[in-house]
Design a protein around this ligand. Structure first.
Ligand SMILES: *Cc1c(COP(=O)(O)O)cnc(C)c1O
Length: 245
């Protein structure tokens, strides 16, 4: 077990450091620091760590597994937390997502949109969604192929429970900053093209611990940060705090 007081001090330090780097990246890009928000990614960290992060004023957390959202929301019942799904989603998880998530950033296919729409109707809810676009050649990356975005956006107009807010991507994992930037730039261009077609795509979720300054330079409105806030993820399947140990 971790010591919650230590968790708080550790998180407070990391959070301030990330916020400072975000602000510096904004200034370097001629942008206002307030233009970029940070989504803390709490995956693999337990509810006690999320609670420590809440003491910093954070209440919106990114997770990539629905079962982690379920167990953390049970452990933190009564807290007002918004859970954001950022990982690849299987269609059979739509029921829980419709119940527990406030937003999905990994919408990448109509089959999933169908399942979410149906479950959201049953729950009588709606959901903010970002469309995950594949901007990297790596097979391990999910996302809609870029050349299908226009028709996908058009089709989503028929899904009244899904509020499309923008686009999300993961850049190629590379030491070549230009290759990483090219992924982010492509997402921004796709966003601009979609907006020209009349779609409301204000949000660009791109950039993680290792590459967020590049994403901010290319127009990110939101970055998803795990490691730089919570520390290295040591135990991927079950909860480990990873903090101070
Ligand atoms: C884990 C994850 C992140 C955060 O990654 P870090 O490198 O730890 O900041 C961001 N986006 C997605 C989709 C993730 O799965």
């Amino acid at each position: 077990m971790s010591d919650p007081t230590n968790d708080y001090a550790y998180l407070a330090h990391n959070w301030a450091a990330v916020r400072e780097r975000v602000d510096a990246a904004c200034r370097a890009a001629g942008r206002e620091p307030g233009e970029v928000s940070i989504l803390p990614v709490s995956k693999t960290f337990g509810p006690e760590v999320v609670r420590a992060a809440m003491a910093l004023g954070l209440h919106r957390f990114g997770e990539n597994k629905v079962q982690e959202i379920r167990s953390k929301s049970e452990a933190l019942a009564g807290e007002s937390i918004e859970w954001v799904v950022i990982g690849h989603l299987q269609t059979n998880k739509a029921k829980e997502v419709a119940r527990l998530a406030s937003e999905v950033q990994s919408l990448d296919r109509l089959e999933l949109a169908d399942a979410l729409q149906r479950r959201l109707e049953i729950e009588d809810r709606s959901l903010d969604v970002l469309i995950e676009v594949k901007t990297s050649p790596e097979d391990s990356k999910h996302g809609l192929p870029a050349d299908q975005l226009s028709s996908f956006l058009h089709a989503l107009r028929g899904y009244d429970r899904l509020r499309v807010r923008g686009l999300m991507t993961l850049a190629v994992q590379s030491d070549d900053a230009e290759a990483v930037r090219a992924c982010f730039r492509q997402l921004r261009h796709l966003r601009d093209a979609g907006q020209d077609q009349g779609h409301d795509l204000a949000r660009l979720s791109m950039g993680m611990s290792g590459d967020f300054p590049l994403a901010i330079a290319e127009g990110a409105t939101e970055i998803r940060v795990g490691t730089a806030i919570f520390g290295v993820r040591q135990i991927p399947k079950t909860y480990g705090t990873g903090l101070n140990n």
